[in-house]
Design a protein around this ligand. Structure first.
Ligand code: ZN
Ligand code: ZN
Length: 571
């Protein structure tokens, strides 16, 4: 049903009209019509087709025409016009909790406030308390709401969002009446960062589940609560929405709330081409208005004539076309990973012994793990001098004699120096099983220089993998100014692998470049870069990036058996 969509755009118009201090009756009419449509049992599309829009309470001739326009074109000209006329900063103020359009209009009208910064300044300067119906408390509330809004508009790392979801899901599973529960949204798609967290559930007693949800110990604030939906704040700034949906449309709703928006827009168009209207609740056949409900997403994709599309691929980057042709990749999975080729031990700046790393790797079911400590030029990271490296090699051999069921490999993360030379002589690299080469210094060089450095390393016969190839750190540091196409071309021609570094704030290569690397025929190593044995597990985030990059098992270097790995490595 499009009822919700239509209601939303009418609510939007009411707010925009109010920001302009338009005629009261007009504003009230839009709000009233929106509420009525929201509560309708019948599909607004059907009502419109029967020419009965004006029978809906609050819908007069003018609003009926606009609804009809929306259903026909997906837009309302008058709405577009209002958006154009409203200063962008003013519309943003509507996002501040507790600030309604009427207040915003007054702030704009009396104090000339046009955006968030001006609002904050006016509150700090105590200009707001002098306005009618405002006081010192309103100023404090506004400042608090602004602060929270600013924090909330920053996304959190997937690795921070996942434990929150796990805790909530575990908690709610203990509540009587809960049936299915799953996260949706960008978290389900495995994106590197997550905005709000969306959770969907089915339940025989939705009231009880909602009640339990808002009373969870981790909840710091309840933003809203209805009979089937509630929103809360946890960890100061993270918004979590829980929706209880009907079992029969669980699949359709899950598909809708998983997104991405771009994927869903295209899917809706495909449904239309095939004579259906796809909404968040059902697939409606246009010829007879019959609703099809799906409790599993798979059935929805199949009825539209395509393969089931895994959530990680739903970005409208070619997955829909591939699904029609039956050519979706068979995505690599965590269980395909047979070892880790980039971890640090206490020999450089890691915290674990070689034994601890070996045992933890064995625990994870790995066949091998390469302990790739730093080279000496990274002084602060405790890089190993040549003689120390020789002693570490002996220590590794000794452990391989004593611990069964896992093979420690001699690795190194050798630094690519500012001039492109490697930090170890070839004779030392020769003694390593796995050589990861990475840039850590002079990261701000110009594109030509830094690209040249990486290519020089790639062309070295001993270098097997380029570590964290773009150097970006999410939220902190942009990628190097590097010509990644040229780097990938060179890697393809020399058989050098590129890393997906699974460290939660690196995830580098990112999904887009990982996909390009695959297209170039470059192998990818998914490594943890763990600095503690407990961090070996972060590899799951690298696997998500790999899946988002369309990688299959055969594209991943460390999905090879130990023997396969040895025959692939450069020497
Ligand atoms: Zn590094
Ligand atoms: Zn490292």
């Amino acid at each position: 049903m499009k009822n919700r969509e239509v209601a939303k755009i009418l609510y939007d118009m009411a707010e925009l009209l109010e920001l302009k201090a338009e005629n009261r009756f007009k504003i009230i009419a839009y709000g009233r019509a929106a509420r009525a449509i929201e509560g309708l049992k019948e599909d607004i599309v059907v009502i419109c087709r029967k020419g009965q829009l004006e029978s809906v309470p609050g819908v007069g001739k003018a609003i009926a025409q606009k609804i009809e326009e929306y259903l026909r074109t997906g837009k309302i000209q008058a709405h577009q016009g209002l958006l154009r006329e409203t200063p962008a900063g003013l519309a943003e103020l509507l996002q501040i909790p507790g600030l309604g359009p009427k207040t915003i209009y007054m702030l704009h009208d009396r104090l000339g406030i046009k955006d968030l910064d001006e609002l904050e300044k006016a509150a700090l300067d105590h200009h707001i308390r002098r306005l009618p119906r405002m006081g010192a408390a309103s100023e404090r509330n506004i400042l608090r709401a602004i602060e929270r809004y600013k924090k909330r508009s920053t996304r959190i790392l997937l690795s921070n969002a996942e434990p929150i979801v796990e805790e909530i899901v575990e908690y709610l599973k203990g509540i009587e009446g809960l049936e299915h529960i799953t996260p949706a949204g960008s978290l389900r798609r495995g994106k590197e960062t997550v905005g709000d967290i969306d959770i969907l559930a089915t339940a025989s007693k939705s009231d009880e589940v909602i009640k339990a949800f808002i009373r969870m110990p981790i909840v710091e604030e309840v933003l809203s609560k209805g009979s089937t939906k509630a929103s809360v704040i946890v960890q100061e700034t993270v918004q979590v929405d829980l929706r209880i949906v009907e079992h029969k449309s669980y699949g359709t709703v899950l598909q809708y709330f998983t997104g991405s928006k771009e994927h869903n827009v295209k899917l809706r168009q495909i449904a239309l081409d095939r004579g259906y209207s796809l909404s968040e609740y059902s697939l409606k056949r246009l010829s007879d208005g019959q609703d099809h409900f799906f409790d599993w997403e798979e059935d929805l994709y199949h009825i539209l004539g395509m393969q089931y599309i895994p959530p990680e691929l739903r970005e409208d980057s070619g997955e829909i076309e591939a699904a029609f042709l039956g050519r979706l990749p068979e995505l690599v999975d965590l269980k395909d990973i047979r070892g880790d080729l980039h971890v640090h031990s206490e020999w450089s700046d890691g915290r674990g012994t070689l034994e601890a790393l070996a045992l933890e790797a064995k625990n994870l079911g790995y066949e091998y793990i390469a302990v790739s400590d730093h080279s000496p030029s990274i002084g602060i990271a405790g890089g190993l001098q040549g003689d120390q490296l020789e002693r570490k090699i002996e220590a590794i051999h000794a452990i391989n004699e004593t611990i069964e069921g896992i093979t420690l490999l001699v690795g190194t993360e050798v630094d690519i120096k500012a001039d492109g030379k490697l930090d170890y002589r070839d004779e030392l690299l020769e003694k390593c099983d796995v050589v990861v080469a990475s840039v850590h210094m002079a990261q701000r060089q110009k594109e030509r220089a830094i690209t040249g450095r990486l290519i020089t390393a790639i062309e070295n016969d001993h270098v097997d993998i380029i570590g964290h190839p773009s150097g970006r750190i999410i939220g902190k540091r942009d990628p190097y100014d590097v010509d990644m196409q040229a780097v990938l071309e060179s890697a393809a021609s020399t058989g050098t692998a590129m890393e997906i570094n699974s460290y939660p704030n690196r995830l580098d290569l990112n999904d887009v470049w990982a996909k390009t690397a695959k297209e170039f025929g470059v192998k990818i190593a998914i490594n943890s870069d763990a600095h503690d044995p407990s961090q070996l597990k972060v590899i799951r985030y690298g696997v998500k990036v790999a899946r988002r990059g369309w990688l299959e098992k055969k594209d991943v270097l460390n999905s090879l058996s130990l023997q396969g790995l040895f025959s692939y490595l450069k020497h």
